[in-house]
Design a protein. Structure first.
Length: 392
């Protein structure tokens, strides 16, 4: 059997080897705690579940939905963007449902990139910023996120020739995996850059609702001119504990929204109407829920920060996202450290290079596990380090 080369061109999944080791440990009966994946442990808010259950019983939801999304869905999104971000969106032309942010991130590349085009993607970054462009036959140019630049890509460092060939710039703040938030003025600079080089900005907004210490993350679409040059992908997954539901939104520039919808009419048949109604409930009745979740994560964040500090791995407390991006102790690669933590403490952390080459030297911890398990995991890492099993 012969397969298309497309998948071979996607970078190898670094977690694969670690996953094999986790499975082996679990088979041996070892209680492995995974801090590796950003999948909320707590349930979806009750009004959302109730709305889905009621909608599923209504036969009107049982037929093909449209790729446009229902009027009620688009009105609810527009209302949420108005109240939360002060952004006006036309429900008729500037909003379309997506089956999760991941789907939208991957497919928007097919809308914007031809073979030979360049895609500018943050490194480290969410892996579909690479796979989407690769599937489109485009070239990915990584923009390193460096600590000294606040983990923001240095747009001025991009060679003119590269910028000239680029048609898509991915940005993502609050950021996975670094936990960084955008600095004032940065989105304005991105709009200027997009205008100068005639490219489209796709802001992947998966985490704006998980914020701490009173910080409220902005939408890219708040930026003057943003709608002329780009779109935002807003996901319900993290704020409302809805990762399994596959609910997200593509909003902003009407032409990009239209082309994305056009593509999707060829790929899927839209979001299950019952999920659309549940999403309406999330964005109306359960608007405050992400704040409650943020309090949970803030408490967990402080617990982990104190513990990491105590064992000589100082970290800044992130202002948003359920992630810590931590430097590995001297003398270790990310993968070697992740393996050691798994061996000695039976705890899984994500090696930084899973998110791109600039992730080397870091690992990511996710706070999406129950408090008790998190305490246990941090305690185990602490005792391995204290016992000198892991040298820092
Ligand atoms: C940066 C980023 N974008 C998008 C997503 C996709 O989320 P979903 O497909 O569940 O909406 C994630 C999920 O982890 C993410 O970290």
């Amino acid at each position: 059997m012969r397969f298309a080369r497309r998948l071979d061109d996607v970078p190898p999944y670094l977690f694969a080897e670690l996953e094999r080791k986790i499975a082996a440990k679990r088979r041996e009966g070892i209680d492995v705690i995974s801090l590796g994946i950003g999948d909320p442990d707590l349930p979806t808010p009750e009004p959302v579940v109730t709305a889905l259950a009621a909608a599923a019983r209504d036969p009107a939801t049982h037929q093909y939905p449209t790729n446009h999304g229902s009027g009620a869905f688009r009105e609810a999104v527009a209302g949420f963007y108005r109240d939360r971000f002060g952004v006006e969106l036309d429900p008729g032309s500037e909003i379309v449902p997506a089956l999760g942010g991941k789907e939208a991130v991957a497919h928007v590349s097919l809308v914007l990139l031809d073979p030979g085009d360049v895609c500018l993607a943050p490194d480290p970054g969410y892996p579909p910023y690479t796979s989407g462009p690769v599937f489109s036959g485009a070239e990915v140019r990584y923009l390193p996120l460096e600590e000294e630049n606040g983990f923001l890509p240095d747009l001025d460092a991009i060679p003119k020739e590269t910028a000239g060939r680029a048609n898509l710039l991915f940005l993502n703040y609050p950021n996975n995996p670094t936990g960084a938030v955008v600095e004032p003025g940065y989105f304005e600079r991105a709009v200027e850059f997009a205008r100068a080089h005639d490219l489209v900005v796709v802001h992947d907004n998966a985490y704006s609702e998980i914020c701490f210490d009173g910080y409220r993350a902005p939408s890219f679409l708040e930026t003057p001119g943003a709608k002329e040059v780009g779109i935002e992908i807003f996901s319900l997954s993290k704020g409302w504990n809805m990762t399994g539901w596959r609910s997200a939104i593509v909003a902003g520039n009407a032409e990009v929204v239209d082309r994305y919808r056009h593509l999707k009419t060829n790929l899927d048949s839209g979001m299950f109407e019952a999920v659309q109604r549940a999403t309406v409930a999330a964005l109306t009745e359960s608007r405050d829920f992400p704040r409650e979740m943020s309090e949970v994560y803030q408490r967990r964040r402080d617990l982990v920060a104190d513990a990491l500090h105590a064992i000589g791995l100082p970290v800044e407390r992130p202002k948003a996202t359920p992630y810590f991006w931590v430097r590995v102790p001297d003398g270790y690669t990310s993968e070697a450290f992740a393996e050691l933590v798994l061996e000695q403490a039976a705890v899984v952390v994500s090696p930084g290079p899973s998110y791109g080459p600039s992730g080397e030297g870091y690992f990511r911890i996710s706070l999406t596990v129950p408090d008790k398990q998190l305490e246990e995991a941090v305690g185990r890492i602490e005792s391995s380090l204290r016992a000198g099993i892991i040298e820092t």
